[in-house]
Design a binder for this molecule. Structure first.
Ligand code: UDP
Length: 412
C-alpha cells in the first residue's frame, strides 16, 4: 500500500521533550518505520515550520517526510494552527488528485480535518488516531485550556466523518463512545515501544546524572503542568532517601528561562526538597534507556494521559512504574504486577507506593521483569504496525464493497 500519514504539528523528525513534541511525534515516526519494514510506501505530511526545510526528505528508516506549506514557515503553537488547516487540506487534495494514496491516516484532530478535506471526492479511505481528545482536556484544564473553542464539536463530527477511528486505549474508546462515535466504527490500537532500544540489560551510564541519594525516582515528559511533576516533588517530602530526576523540557541551556521549570523549582524549595530534585531538560532519545534504567522506580503521575509512552519505555527497561490511574496508564500498567496504580494528584498516595517499592528490591525486580514480559508480548511496534495494517485492509475492503463510498464532508 501507499500510506499517507498526516501529522500537522508533530513531525517525526522533531526532537522530543519540548512543549509541543512528545509521544505523537514518536508514534508517527515508529509506526511509519514499522509499516515501511512491512513493505509499504509511507509518506508523512507535516507542516513546514522552517523555510530551510526541503519539501521531501527520505528518512534513514525508508519512509518520506513531506513539509506542507500551510501558514507561515515558522513555529506556531499547535492551539493556533486551526486557521491553516484548510490550506493544508487543499494542498493535500491537489497532491492526492495527481497520485492518490491507498489510505490516509490522520494523527491529532486537526490532521484528521486536513485529511478529510484532502481526500474529499477522491475515494481515499481515511482513518484517524486522535492522540488526545478536546473533551478530556477541557474537563481537566477548564478555563486555562487554550484549544480552539470549537475543538470538541469538530472532533465529534470528525469521528463520524472518517472511515475508522483508532483509539489508543480503552479509556479513549469510552470517551469517544460518550461523544457519539459508534463502537462499530472504532478499534483500539495502542502506541508501542522500541524493544531493541529500551532493554533491561545494564550498559554504560556515562550520560546519566550522578546519584546523590540512595534511591532514584525518574519522571519524564514535556514540561507542562498536566504531567504532574509538582505531585512527584510534593511526594518527595515523605521519601527522605530518594532523589527525583525530572526529564524533559527545553534544551538544558534554555532551562533557566522556562516558566514551568522555574515554577517546579519554587515548589521544590517550598517543600524543602530542592537539593534532591533535578530537572535535566530535554534528553536525546539515545540517552533515555540508560536514564530509565538508572531509576529504582519510574513515576508517571499526570492529571490525565491520553496514552503515555514513558511507562512502556520504563517497563521495557525492566523498571517498576508507579502510575496515576488515568487514561492509557490503566491499560498498560498492571497494578500489583508491573507496578502500582495510584489516584491522580495525591502526593501522599504516590509517596506510600514509592516507599513500599524502594524498601523492597525483590518486589522491584519482580515488577520490572513482569513489565518487560508484558511489553515484549503486547507493545512492539511490529505488532502495532500489524494491527494497523489489518485495519487499513479492512477499511479498504469495506469501501470497495460499498456502492456509494462514504464521501467525506469537509468539516472545515
Ligand atoms: N522524551 C524524550 N526526551 C525528553 C523527554 C521525553 O525522548 O527529554 C520522549 C519520551 O521518552 C517518550 C516521549 O518523549 O518517548 C513522550 O511520550 P509520552 O506519550 O509519554 O508523552 P506526551 O509527550 O505524548 O504527552
Amino acid at each position: 500500500m501507499h500510506i499517507a500519514m498526516v501529522s500537522e504539528h508533530a513531525s517525526p523528525l522533531a526532537a522530543l521533550g519540548n512543549v509541543d513534541a512528545g509521544g505523537q511525534n514518536l508514534h508517527v515516526a515508529e509506526l511509519s518505520a514499522a509499516l515501511r519494514r512491512k513493505g509499504h510506501a509511507v509518506t508523512v505530511y507535516t507542516r513546514r515550520d522552517d523555510p530551510s526545510q526541503p519539501e521531501r526528505i527520505r528518512t534513514p528508516a525508508g519512509y518520506d517526510v513531506v513539509h506542507v506549506p500551510a501558514g507561515p514557515a515558522e513555529p506556531i503553537p499547535r492551539d493556533e494552527l486551526l486557521p491553516y488547516m484548510p490550506e493544508f487540506g487543499d494542498w493535500l487534495h491537489r497532491t492526492w488528485s495527481r497520485s492518490a494514496p491507498d489510505i490516509a491516516h490522520g494523527h491529532f484532530w486537526m490532521s484528521g480535518l486536513a485529511c478529510v478535506r484532502g481526500a474529499h471526492g477522491l475515494g481515499i479511505p481515511v482513518t484517524e488516531t486522535f492522540h488526545a481528545l478536546g473533551v478530556v482536556k477541557r474537563r481537566h484544564q477548564g478555563s486555562t485550556d487554550t484549544s480552539p473553542a470549537n475543538r470538541v464539536e469538530l472532533e465529534r463530527r470528525l469521528s463520524l466523518d472518517v472511515d475508522r477511528v483508532l483509539a489508543t486505549c480503552s479509556d479513549e474508546l469510552f470517551e469517544l463512545a460518550r461523544m457519539g462515535t459508534p463502537h462499530t466504527r472504532m478499534s483500539v490500537v495502542p502506541c508501542g515501544v522500541d524493544l531493541q532500544r529500551f532493554t533491561a540489560d545494564a550498559d554504560n551510564a556515562a550520560d546519566v546524572p550522578r546519584r546523590v541519594c540512595p534511591h532514584r525516582i525518574v519522571t519524564v515528559g514535556r514540561l507542562v503542568p498536566r504531567k504532574g511533576f509538582d505531585i512527584a516533588i510534593a511526594a518527595l517530602r515523605h521519601l527522605p532517601t530518594a532523589e527525583l530526576v525530572i526529564v524533559g523540557g527545553p534544551r538544558p541551556d534554555e532551562l533557566h528561562d522556562d516558566d514551568e521549570a522555574r515554577r517546579l523549582l519554587r515548589i521544590a524549595r517550598r517543600h524543602g526538597v530542592a537539593d534532591r530534585v533535578r530537572i535535566t531538560g530535554q534528553i536525546p532519545r539515545e540517552h533515555m534507556p540508560a536514564l530509565l534504567r538508572s531509576a529504582d522506580v519510574v513515576a508517571c503521575v499526570p492529571w490525565y494521559e491520553p496514552f503515555g509512552i514513558v511507562p512502556l519505555e520504563a517497563m521495557a527497561s525492566g523498571v517498576p512504574v508507579i502510575a496515576a490511574a488515568v487514561g492509557g496508564l490503566t491499560d498498560t500498567v498492571v497494578d500489583g504486577v508491573t507496578g502500582t496504580l495510584v489516584p491522580p494528584r495525591e502526593p501522599r498516595e504516590l509517596a506510600d507506593a514509592a516507599q513500599e517499592l524502594l524498601a523492597d528490591p525483590a518486589l522491584r525486580r519482580s515488577y520490572g521483569s513482569a513489565g518487560r514480559k508484558r511489553v515484549a508480548s503486547r507493545y512492539s511496534w511490529n505488532r502495532i504496525a500489524a494491527d494497523t495494517q489489518r485495519i487499513y485492509h479492512r477499511v479498504r475492503a469495506q469501501l470497495a464493497e460499498t456502492e456509494e463510498p462514504n464521501e467525506k464532508v469537509a468539516a472545515l
